[in-house]
Ligand binder design. Structure first.
Ligand code: SAM
Length: 323
C-alpha cells in the first residue's frame, strides 16, 4: 500500500477538505471584521473535482478525510458527495466538522451517507453570549443536534470550544461538566491569532488551573491516539476532556494533514501562507499522473512548523481555509 511522507519524514494520511466558504453563522473571530466577501460560485471546486482530488490523495496513501467549511451542511448536494467520498477506495474514515445548527436534521442522513465521526464547534453555553458570538439564536438547535449525533452513533461526538480570554474563558468548568454526564469529548482549543493585534490567547495551562481550582483534580491522561489533542478521562464520568495547544505547545512535529481550500488551493499548513493552486490545472486538463506529482510536491514542501510561533500572521481567515 502507498504511503505519503513529507520532506522531514512525517507520515501524511489525513486530508481536510473545505467544501464552502459560506456559513449561516457570523462568528466574529472567524470572519473578517469588515464583512465577508464570498467566493464566486465558479471559483468553488465542484463535487466531481473534489472527488478526483480525494481519489488522488487516497491513491497516494491518504485514508482519512474530514469535511469542513465555512459550514459544510449549507452546501447543496452534500449528502451524495459524502457517499462518494466514503466509497473512494482507500478512504477508511470520513469525518465532518459543523457548527451544529442543522445537525438534528442531518445527523441520521450523515450516518447513512458513511460519515463516521462528527466535531461540533460550541464556544459558549450561555444563550445571550451565543447570539453575540455567532449572530444567531441557535444554541438550542446546536444542543439538540449534538444529542442526535450521539443517538445515531456519530461517535465519539467531539465538541470543540475555542477559548478566548475575557470572552468565554469563564465557561471552561461548565463545559467540562458536560463531559461528566454525557459521553462527549470536550476539547478546549487555544485561540490562534489570525489578525494582527488579537490578544485572546488563554493557554491550556490557564484552563487546567481553572479546572483544578473547581475540583477537577484527578484528570487521567489517555495514552496513544494520533490526534493533536491531549485527552484526559475524568473518574466516574461518561465523557472526556482534551486540550489543543497550537500556540503554547505546537504539535507540528506530529502533523499528519494537508488542507484543501474551497477555491482549490492545497495548504500544507494551516498557519503558514504557503498555498498551491490546483483549480486552474484541474480545469485545463491536468492528467492523473500530473495531479499525483503535484500532490507529492506540495506534501514534500510542507513547512517544518507553523509561522505563528515566529510572529507571522495568516493571509486568510479560518472561514476561507476550513478549520
Ligand atoms: N462551520 C464549521 C464549524 O463551526 O465547526 C466548520 C468550520 S469552522 C471555520 C472550524 C473551526 O475553526 C471552528 O471550531 C472555529 O471555532 C475554529 N476557529 C476559527 N477561527 C479560529 C481561531 N482564530 N482560533 C482557533 N480556532 C478557530
Amino acid at each position: 500500500m502507498a504511503e505519503l511522507y513529507d520532506g522531514i519524514g512525517r507520515h501524511i494520511h489525513y486530508l481536510r477538505v473545505s467544501v464552502t466558504d459560506r456559513c449561516n453563522f457570523r462568528c466574529q473571530y472567524c470572519m473578517p471584521p469588515d464583512g465577508v466577501e464570498w467566493l464566486e460560485h465558479d471559483d468553488i471546486l465542484r463535487y466531481e473535482e473534489l472527488v478526483r482530488i480525494i481519489g488522488s490523495f487516497a491513491r497516494l496513501g491518504v485514508d482519512k478525510v474530514r469535511i469542513t467549511g465555512g459550514e459544510p451542511l449549507v452546501r447543496k448536494g452534500l449528502l451524495p458527495f459524502l457517499r462518494e467520498v466514503a466509497n473512494v477506495p482507500g478512504i477508511k474514515e470520513v469525518g465532518l466538522t459543523t457548527n451544529g445548527s442543522l445537525l438534528e436534521e442531518y445527523a441520521p442522513l450523515l450516518k447513512q451517507a458513511g460519515v463516521g465521526r462528527i466535531n461540533v464547534s460550541l464556544d459558549t453555553l450561555k444563550p445571550e453570549r451565543f447570539i453575540k458570538l455567532t449572530g444567531q439564536d441557535k444554541l438550542t438547535q446546536v444542543l439538540a443536534g449534538i444529542k442526535k449525533a450521539q443517538k445515531v452513533g456519530l461517535t465519539p461526538v467531539k465538541i470543540n470550544m475555542v477559548v478566548m480570554k475575557g470572552f468565554n474563558s469563564d465557561e471552561i468548568v461548565d463545559m467540562a461538566n458536560l463531559a461528566i454526564n454525557n459521553p462527549y469529548q470536550i476539547r478546549f482549543i487555544e485561540y490562534m491569532p489570525f489578525r494582527p493585534g488579537e490578544d485572546y490567547l488563554f493557554t491550556a495551562a490557564e484552563m487546567k488551573q481553572q479546572l483544578v481550582d473547581a475540583g477537577f483534580t484527578k484528570l487521567i491522561p489517555q495514552m496513544g491516539g494520533s490526534c493533536p489533542a491531549e485527552i484526559y478521562t475524568i473518574p466516574d464520568s461518561k465523557g472526556s476532556i482534551g486540550f489543543i495547544t497550537p500556540i503554547s505547545r505546537h504539535f507540528c512535529s506530529t502533523c499528519n494533514r494537508i488542507r484543501l481550500t474551497p477555491d482549490g488551493y492545497l495548504k500544507p499548513c494551516l498557519l503558514s501562507n504557503d498555498e498551491y493552486f490546483l483549480r486552474e490545472q484541474l480545469r485545463s486538463g491536468i492528467s492523473d499522473q500530473e495531479l499525483l506529482d503535484k500532490i507529492r510536491y506540495v506534501v514534500l514542501n510542507k513547512p517544518k512548523q507553523h509561522y505563528l510561533v515566529k510572529g507571522r500572521k495568516s493571509a486568510r481567515g479560518m472561514s476561507r481555509i476550513g478549520g
